[in-house]
Design a protein around this ligand. Structure first.
Ligand code: DX5
Ligand code: ZN
Length: 227
């Protein structure tokens, strides 16, 4: 669990602003905070590691004053090391990276912690849990992608449930304080599956912002209730 959270408090909901109104991001953050979100998930894409381009550190910095929620920054960029400091200074609280984005995942995670931030590692649907073998002491969060990275609005890949459960087991055995986050295609139905498999944090873009303005609390409550 994250700092200050008692076990059993329940699943955390991290709306992904990828599905928000990009022309009104500041207001969208205030709205999800009021609606009961626990974290803000920020998807950063470079058109190189993934086929889509989203936002950079300047936007993260501009958003920082709009909420007190922690920023969970998911970097889908390659190379990643040259940009870590920019995102750390922009106000990221958790910085999550992909091992395939390279070049040296262990070193990248150490750099993130060295900046005083929580370090996350993200596993794509085709990446085995074995990737974590020598990283458990270097991570604060493990993100299991339940879609291929690059776009919101995709369907949950059910084969990842076994991987989520295996990683839950591995975290529990390690006795370490590591959050298990699930990202992609999360709706009330798949939230229940992810939670049963052991997820601590559920990312939802379409599942929250797709509900439409004024209905974010309903959407977050529905995810929490089913999980
Ligand atoms: C995909 C992103 C996800 C995505 C989730 O690359 O990492 O965070 O925005 O969007 P939904 O919830 O719409 O699948
Ligand atoms: Zn994401």
């Amino acid at each position: 669990m994250a700092d200050g959270d008692a076990p059993g408090r329940g699943v955390k909901i991290a709306p992904s602003i990828l599905a928000a109104d990009f022309a009104r991001l500041g207001e969208e953050l205030a709205a999800i905070e009021a609606a009961g979100a626990d974290l803000v998930h920020i998807d950063v894409m470079d058109g190189h590691y993934v086929p889509n381009i989203t936002i950079g550190p300047a936007v993260v910095k501009a958003l920082r004053p709009h909420t007190d929620l922690a920023f969970d920054v998911h970097l889908m960029i390659s190379p990643v090391d040259p940009y870590l400091a920019d995102f750390a200074e922009a106000g990221a609280d958790i910085i999550t990276v992909h091992p395939e984005a390279g070049p040296h995942i262990h070193s990248t995670l150490q750099k993130i912690r060295g900046m005083g931030k929580k370090a996350g590692v993200s596993l794509n649907p085709g990446t085995p849990a074995k990737m974590l073998d020598y990283l458990m002491d270097s991570v604060d969060l493990i993100l299991v992608m339940t879609v291929n990275p690059g776009f919101g609005g995709q369907s949950f890949i059910h084969s990842q449930i076994d991987k989520i459960a295996a990683i839950r087991n591995r975290i529990d055995k390690s006795g370490r304080d590591i959050l298990l986050e699930v990202d992609g295609g999360v709706n009330p139905e798949t939230a229940a599956l992810a939670r049963d498999a052991g997820a601590d944090v559920l990312v939802a873009g379409t599942g929250v912002f797709g509900a439409g303005r004024g209905r974010y609390q309903e959407a977050i409550d529905a995810l929490r209730a089913s999980a």
